[in-house]
Design a protein. Structure first.
Length: 439
């Protein structure tokens, strides 16, 4: 905008652009004094009626920034360039020629930059993460925040006087430069890597580094922006977990090996099946006896004697329903086709969360000889019982007539017998008595 001011500060002439800047129509603006639209805090720049703007002498030119109040009430920033128009003799000032430029947007941006810088300073200084700004070509820090200093145990002055590699753990000196070079080559816009710094007292500090580039203006160096997170505690925890995992894996391997040795050594048929009765594991003795493997199908239906299937399945279903140990005797077929009695026992492994059956661990113990011994004993006891009954019956049957013979011999000896007859009767009596004693 362009305006002509009288020496007393009143408007002489204004153009349309100025009217648009200030929001006034020309007729209304010409009635106002310069001080009428100046911001209260900037009226001191308007020094008076006869004193040139901003204290400039009559032979001087002035340039300054000032705030005006728009007709709608909001503040606008302007830049004024003023000069004095003089009379024909070149000595007496007649009016001021003023060029007014609206710089409100520029001021808003400048204010925003100030606020952003203040915000950045707050973040930089109070961030719990370490932050460093450095020149990559010089391999040194320009500025570091308190968190970074605390992390490594140095003062700001000490850390800013060091190169990148001075505080890097010796074994990690090649990690940072190779990654950061990707930024300066333009291969990456952001890089992430882990490394170890060396604390001032000598212990390593594990960190996560996130790096990016702040590009400078023409002829200015690019600045590295690095945020550094201390992960020492998490690394210790990670190492501890890894060590625990390795120990756990080793223990599992040991237990698996021990189980395998035990499973192959016990004199029983060992089996492991899933919750749906799918084959998981059969030991060597099982395969040697039955001829089946984990790849065989319908194992139980094929091996258990048909007369024992119903009873076995009924007990199995009850154990699944109640999630309790399984135990039953049945005849199991060997690979030679012969059946032998076994006692089968199983224990369910339950899911700790929902209680479902995950697996069954069980054995089949051969009790065929035991069963045969029981059968033989029963048969022997039955035979003995038959013998006793036979002898009792025979004893009764013999004793009755024998008593008659003895009685008759007694009667003969009491009668009139010659010596020979009496001798014969005594022999019959004594023989009958002896035979009765034997019975």
């Amino acid at each position: 905008g362009v305006a002509l001011f009288r020496m007393d500060g009143s408007w002489l002439q204004v153009n349309r652009t100025l009217c648009h800047i200030l929001g006034y129509p020309e007729s209304e603006l010409l009635k106002l004094h310069l001080a009428d639209i100046a911001h209260p805090h900037d009226r001191h720049l308007i020094t008076g009626i006869s004193v040139p703007i901003n204290g400039c002498g009559h032979n001087s030119k002035c340039s300054f920034e000032n705030r005006f109040i728009h007709k709608s009430g909001h503040t606008i920033w302007v830049h004024l360039n003023s000069s004095v128009a003089k009379s024909y003799n070149g000595e007496d000032p007649v009016y001021f020629v003023v060029h007014i430029c609206d710089i409100s947007e520029r001021k808003r941006i400048e204010q925003q930059l100030v606020e952003n810088r203040s915000r950045f300073e707050g973040i930089f200084e109070h961030s719990p993460l370490g932050i460093g700004l450095g020149y990559f070509d010089k391999k040194r820090w320009v500025r570091v925040n308190p968190a970074f200093c605390s992390m490594l145990g140095y003062t700001r002055e000490e850390l800013e006087s060091k190169e990148f590699g001075d505080t890097t753990y010796p074994d990690d000196k090649d990690i940072g430069p190779s990654e950061l070079q990707k930024l300066f080559d333009g291969r990456e816009s952001v890089v992430h890597f882990q490394k170890r710094y060396l604390h001032k007292d000598g212990h390593p500090v594990w960190v996560n580094v996130d790096g990016s580039i702040l590009k400078g203006g023409p002829g200015e160096p690019h600045i590295l922006l690095a945020t550094v997170t201390n992960i020492t505690d998490s690394k210790k925890l990670e190492d501890s977990l890894l060590e625990s995992k390795e120990k756990l894996v080793q223990r599992v391997a040991d237990r698996t090996r021990e189980f395998s040795v035990l499973a192959e050594s016990i004199p029983h048929l060992l089996w492991v099946i899933g919750g749906n009765k799918e084959n998981i594991y059969f030991n060597r003795r099982w395969t040697e006896y039955t001829g089946t493997t984990v790849d065989s199908v319908d194992v139980w239906e094929t091996l258990i004697h048909p007369d024992d299937q119903g009873m076995s399945n009924k007990i199995w279903d009850e154990c699944i329903k109640n999630k309790e140990p399984y135990g039953v005797e049945y005849r199991l077929k060997g690979k030679d086709g012969n059946y032998q009695w076994h006692i089968s026992r199983g224990i369910p492994l339950l899911d700790q969360e929902d209680g479902t059956i995950l697996k069954w661990f069980g054995t089949c113990t051969n009790i065929h000889d035991y069963k045969e011994a029981i059968r033989a004993r029963a048969e022997a006891e039955q035979s003995a019982r038959y013998k006793s009954e036979f002898l009792a019956n025979m004893s009764h049957e013999i004793r009755t007539p024998l008593n008659g013979i003895i009685g008759m011999a007694d009667l003969l000896m009491d009668g009139s017998l010659d010596q020979t007859q009496r001798h014969y009767a005594r022999i019959a009596h004594e023989s009958g008595t002896s035979l009765l004693n034997i019975i």
